[in-house]
Each structure stands twice: as structure tokens, then as C-alpha cells.
Design a protein around this ligand. Sequence first.
Ligand code: CAA
Length: 259
Amino acid sequence: MEFQFILVEPNYAANIALISLNRPKELNALNLQLMLELKQALAELDGQDEVRCIVITGNEQAFAAGADIKQMESKNPIDLLKIDQFETWDQIRKTKKPIIAAVSGFCLGGGCELAMTCDMIIASETAKFGQPEIKIGIMPGAGGTQRLTRAVGKALAMEMVLTGKFISGEEAQKAGLVNKVVPVEVYLDEAVKLAKEIAQLSPIAVRLAKESVLKAFDSGLQEGLFFERKNFYMCFASEDQKEGMSAFVEKRKPDFKGK
Ligand code: CAA
């Protein structure tokens, strides 16, 4: 997969793939082309059985400093409606395989929204999370007001969205936004390690479990519990369930085939 603004590196031996946002001079500002490429890469990787978990990263300086302000500056509402750029973002949410964001440096605006759309976030000690749209006369538009509020609660979300203040990786972890904060030298390794760990498990159970956790965000408790139960029953249609349970009983390591 060859792209202009992202690098895609599958590691089929480890059943994972790494996507790196690659507009370093612009701090990985998310222009339309980059997001289209990300959508295509995710759809492609989601369809490959050899890939079981995906890591999205930027570079040490920036995960992404937001949607591309220069590209948006002259747009009117009808332009935005026609471009319908957030439709592209929906692919991230629709990806069935788990996605881990490995974040260092600026993770702002659309960049923070992209990271929050992933399933887990590993941050470096230099990470800065924020929704600074208010400072340029707009507000978050790719899920920031919803996902940030669900992750960190109303008080901090309001403060971040209404003032544009940044929080550090450590603060983000305390608030429940990120899974782990590690030194900058190892944030990507940590994310890859986590991806490899998940990639060794049954991809069927992982897919159903991810779907069920996400359901908690868009349903009431009863509906979510019912959805979870159906997915739990569905796991028992897989060979992986038999393999996992036999391996436990036989005291050996399971070999999950995704069947
Ligand atoms: N869009 C376009 N270009 C951007 C950008 C963005 N979001 N963020 C940074 N850049 C560009 C800068 O224009 C600059 O380019 P030039 O060298 O050509 O001038 C280059 O990246 C480096 O940036 P700075 O010189 O500003 O670097 P800095 O270290 O002084 O500051 C920063 C870093 C605090 C992140 C600052 O760049 C900044 O505030 N960026 C904008 C952050 C922002 O407002 N993000 C929200 C965007 S709107 C959005 O995302 C909407 C949505 O919900 C989808």
C-alpha cells in the first residue's frame, strides 16, 4: 500500500500493522487526502485475516495537530456539507479490528478526536492533548465534545473545549483518556507490544468483545447487556473457543486461528 501522507507497515509474522501519519512539517495536520488514505488503509487492513490489531501513530513531535486549518479557512457550510469530510472519519469507527493510538507530542483538535476514536491510547510523557478549536473561532466537529466528555467527564471536558487548554499525558491518564504513559523513547514499542498481545488472542472473540464494549457508548444498559450476551453466545460458534478452552484444560498455550 503506497500513499502520499501515511506509511503503512504490516507485520504479518506478528499479525499486526502500523500506520504512521506522515506530514511532519505540518505537524501531521489532517488534510482531506490524508484522511482518505487512512480510510483506505484501514479498510484494506480490516479485510486481511493476517492482521489482527492495528497501531496508528505520528512522530515524536506530533501525533496530529488537528484538521488542516489552511484547507478549511475559506470554506463555507455548503462546501463542508458537499465535502462531507467526517464521513471519511466514520471508517475509523467502523474498523472491526482493535486500533491502538500511539501518541507523542501534539494531539490536538481532530488529532485528539482521531486518537479518541481508536480503542486505546498509549501516550508518551511529552504528549499534549487538547481541543483548541475554540481559539480559532470554531468547536470540535469530529466527535470531540462527545468522546472527550464520555472519557474524562463533564468538568474537564468543558474546561478543555471552552478554553482550549492542553493536558499532559499524565493528566490524560489520571482523567481516564489514555491507557498508559511511558517515556518518549518507548511509547511506540509499548503500543506495538500491546497490539502483539491482542493479536495472539482469538480474533473472533476480540472482534465481538470490541463491538460489545463500544455498544456501551450508544445504548442503554439493558440493550447493551443483551447485545453483549448475543456476542458471548456467538463466540461458542468459533473453533477458537474450543481451542482456548481445551488449551486451558490441557494446560498448554492456545493457538488461535480466527475460525
Ligand atoms: N492545520 C494546518 N497547519 C498546521 C496545523 C493545523 N491544524 N497545526 C500546525 N500547522 C502548521 C503550521 O501552520 C506550521 O506551518 P508553517 O511552517 O508553514 O507556518 C507548522 O505546522 C508548524 O506549526 P507551528 O509553527 O505553529 O509550531 P509551534 O510549535 O509554534 O506550535 C501548535 C504548535 C501549538 C500545535 C500550533 O501549530 C497550533 O496551535 N496548531 C493548531 C492547533 C489547532 O487549532 N487544532 C485544531 C484544528 S481545527 C479541527 O481539528 C477541527 C475538528 O474538530 C476536526
